[in-house]
Each structure stands twice: as C-alpha cells, then as structure tokens.
Design a protein around this ligand. Structure first.
Ligand code: SF4
Length: 317
C-alpha cells in the first residue's frame, strides 16, 4: 500500500536574531530531520514532551509554518514546493483541529459562518448548498442545527471543540492533523471528544496525525505511534509494541509516567535541552540513564529493529 503522507528529511528552523541590526545569531531547530509515513485510513500518534517539536511538525506538514527543508509528499504531490494557488487547492484535503477551541474560533462570527467559511472559499457559492452541508456536519459532530445561528461563547469547551472538528471536516478532507485536540478540555469531556474523533474516522474514511503529549491518549487513538524528542523521531512502532515493548529509553520513561502502569517510574533528570544547541551525538544523552561514551560522538539513526519497530538508540539493536 502507498502512504497517503510521506515526510522525508523535514526541517523547520527558526532564526534567532540579536543586536540593533537584528543579525541571525543562531537557529532554533524545532524540527530537525524527520521521516514519517502515514497509510490511508491510519491514525499515527505523535507524542513527546512539550517543546519537542511535534506541533511544529504538524503545522509544517500543512505549511501553516513554512518548513526549512525536506519533502512532504501528500497523495503523490510534494506540497512543500507548491505555490500559493496550488497549495490552496490541496488544503481542502489537509485540515487541522487546533488545541484551543476558544482561541481558534472567531468570537464575532456565527458558528454556521465559521464552519461554512471553507466551503465559500472553495467555491460553494450556493447559500442553500452551504447551509445543507453545515447542518449535515454539525449533526455528524453531535450538535443541533440551531447551533449554526449562535456564537462560540454560548457553548461549553467540549462543544466548541466539536465546532472546530466540524470546521475541519466540512470539506471532507483526507488527512487531519489533530494538534492536542483534547488537552485544553476538562477530563470529563476528553473521552467524549476522543470517541467522536474515532467514530468520525470510520464514518468519513479519515487519516489522522494525532499529536499529543499524553501517551495514554495517543495509545488509545493510534494504530502506530511515533515518539519525538528535541526535533527528531526516536522510535516508531505499533501502539501495542510501544505499550508492551518500548525500545528507546525515552519511550520507556514516557510510558512509566502513565498512571496505572505497573512499570517502575523512570524519572528523567534535567530539563529538555534547548533546540538552539542540541547535544552532540544522541540528543537524549544528557538525560539518558543508559548513556555510553559513543552516545556523545555518534548520532544514532532511526534503524529497523527485529520487532518491526524503528528506533534511534545505539543500545537497542
Ligand atoms: Fe541513551 Fe545512548 Fe541510546 Fe541515546 S543512544 S538513548 S544516550 S543509550
């Protein structure tokens, strides 16, 4: 099967400027050479601590942030090279659900106009046709048709996220980047929104890149999981393999922090290093309980493991 999305060597660096002349004095390497594949109909979870580059990666794939280098092959087309006109045409197939359901919805627009904006921008000129599709998608996310005539502030956090999901879905995209879609919600409504996303995946034959810092949430939603640390993917495997046989020391530490696991908690020392000056060799070495002398000299590649996973660690092969 051919991947719906293939990311190759993707880098997104942000220049750091200083002085009166605003000279570039360094680069924040938020995403620093990522390879990923997502199959049609698959949910790939992307997990890592805050600041690891996972949200920047999701947004770079959609070109909401311009990547510095690399390829983003979507449905056979390298979207990283498209001009604005062709990118606009392909964007209907590539949508995003944002973390913050309050900040991402214009408070002065009716919900119907928020959800229908994409339809108008993509040439659905008939008001009746737009209204019909808005009503249909509101029903699919569990909202009454009357929601179209109300403002975002009239809804709860969970309902606002449903509006954000409706906006992402109304153009019937192929791939959705769900960027921490439940982390701003009360725990009591998180599972409802996760179950809705899972049901919509079936109903609309969606493919998800599901970005979250919570490994338990990612495990629940995903077929495969990619673990990210300081701008690089350090392990990719099936959700089951990551859950039962994590190979990378960082994945093991993340897993040990999931409540209810019997594994002994692995507490990582120190902070995540700055992506401005990542450590030499393995980027995890400054916090890794297993680090050896080679880890400072040689950066481990994301190599295939006999289990079928891919892992970037000198000691995991
Ligand atoms: Fe730890 Fe070395 Fe493996 Fe990096 S390569 S995760 S420092 S053992």
């Amino acid at each position: 099967m051919t991947a719906l999305l293939s990311v190759r060597g993707l880098k997104t660096h942000f220049p750091v400027r200083a002085g009166a002349l605003r000279r570039t004095v360094g680069q924040i390497r938020a995403v620093d050479g990522v390879d990923l594949d997502i199959m049609p109909g698959e949910t790939l979870g992307l997990v890592g601590e805050s600041g690891c580059g996972k949200s920047t990666l999701g947004r770079s794939i959609l070109r909401l942030i311009e990547p510095t280098a690399g390829q983003v092959i979507f449905d056979g087309i390298d979207v990283a090279t498209l001009d604005a006109r062709r990118m606009k045409a392909i964007r209907r197939d590539l949508q995003i659900i944002f973390q913050d359901p309050v900040g991402s919805l214009n408070p002065r627009m009716h919900v119907g106009d928020i959800v229908g904006e994409g339809l108008h921008a993509n040439g659905v000129r008939s008001r009746a046709e737009r209204d019909h599709r808005i009503k249909e998608i509101l029903a699919a996310v569990g909202l009454d048709a009357s929601a179209a005539g109300r403002f975002p502030h009239e809804f709860s956090g969970g309902q606002r996220q449903r509006i954000g999901i409706a906006r992402a879905l109304v153009l019937r995209p192929k791939l959705i980047v769900a960027d921490e879609p439940v982390s701003a919600l009360d725990v009591s409504v998180q599972s409802q929104v996760l179950n809705l996303l899972a049901a919509l995946r079936q109903q609309f034959s969606l493919t998800y890149l599901f970005v979250a810092h919570d490994l338990a949430v990612v495990d629940y939603m995903s077929d495969r999981v990619a673990v990210m640390y300081l701008g690089r993917v350090v392990e990719v495997g099936t959700a089951r393999q990551i859950r039962t046989n994590p190979l990378h020391p960082y994945t093991r530490a993340l897993l040990s922090a999931v409540p209810g696991r019997e594994r002994q908690r692995i507490v990582l020392s120190g902070e995540v290093p700055s992506p401005l000056t990542p450590p030499s060799g393995c980027r995890f070495r400054t916090r890794c309980p297993m680090a050896q002398e080679i880890c400072a000299r040689v950066e481990p590649a994301l190599d295939a493991h006999p289990s079928g996973a891919r892992v970037a660690c000198h000691l995991s092969h």
